[in-house]
Design a protein. Structure first.
Length: 197
């Protein structure tokens, strides 16, 4: 398959999967988010983590922010988009509650607060468009997470455990990947936790 064909296939898959997750009703969205959080609460993946990267859900992404309420003794951080020309995400402490600032993609971000290097996080819950049971992830296409955690290609076991968070309908048995894609260690959905590596 040529590079253009692969790019076109990924773009079509993004369109299809984004439409599928947006088609879930608000009730289904809440139900899936709560079920996934309940799975995480019982998982050693979360129990062993103290500094946790989380995300603000947009466009039908699985909402797992409820974790922050359940674990007030843990530290939660939201990704902050890099200023040009820096390619990596920063993670800034989030204490819960609404955020007034929105970045260039209209995603809320904390304006102030303690930042932590991505390498020093224990666990990062990663949004995605599609995933495979083996840990392949299809994101929105901007590459922020892949660039931020590229060091994991060189240093096996370094940095945080990466856990994708998704609706079960986002699971694809065979997902096309590129050499720069960073695989997930696990994926949580409303149905189960996939241990990928």
């Amino acid at each position: 398959m040529s590079e253009n064909q692969a790019r076109s296939e990924k773009a079509e898959l993004r369109r299809h999967m984004r439409s599928a997750r947006r088609s879930l009703s608000p009730y289904q969205q809440r139900l899936h988010g709560r079920a996934a959080v309940n799975r995480l609460i019982r998982s050693p993946l979360l129990q062993c983590a103290r500094h946790i990267g989380i995300y603000w859900p947009m466009d039908g992404e699985l909402d797992i922010r409820w974790l922050q309420e359940r674990f007030p003794h843990k530290y939660f951080y939201l990704p902050v988009l890099p200023a040009e020309p820096h390619p990596h995400l920063r993670f800034r402490r989030w204490h819960g509650g609404p955020l007034s600032f929105r970045n260039r993609y209209r995603i809320p971000e904390p304006l102030r607060g303690h930042s932590l290097s991505p390498r020093r996080l224990d666990l990062v819950l990663v949004p995605l468009v599609a995933f495979s049971p083996g840990g392949a992830r299809l994101g929105m296409g901007a590459g922020f997470y892949d660039r931020t955690f590229a060091f994991k290609h060189l240093l096996r076991g370094a940095g945080p455990v990466l856990v994708g968070a998704a609706h079960q309908l986002q699971c694809i048995p065979d997902l096309p990947t590129d050499s720069w894609d960073i695989p997930l260690d696990a994926v949580v959905t409303e149905k189960r936790i996939y241990r990928c590596r």
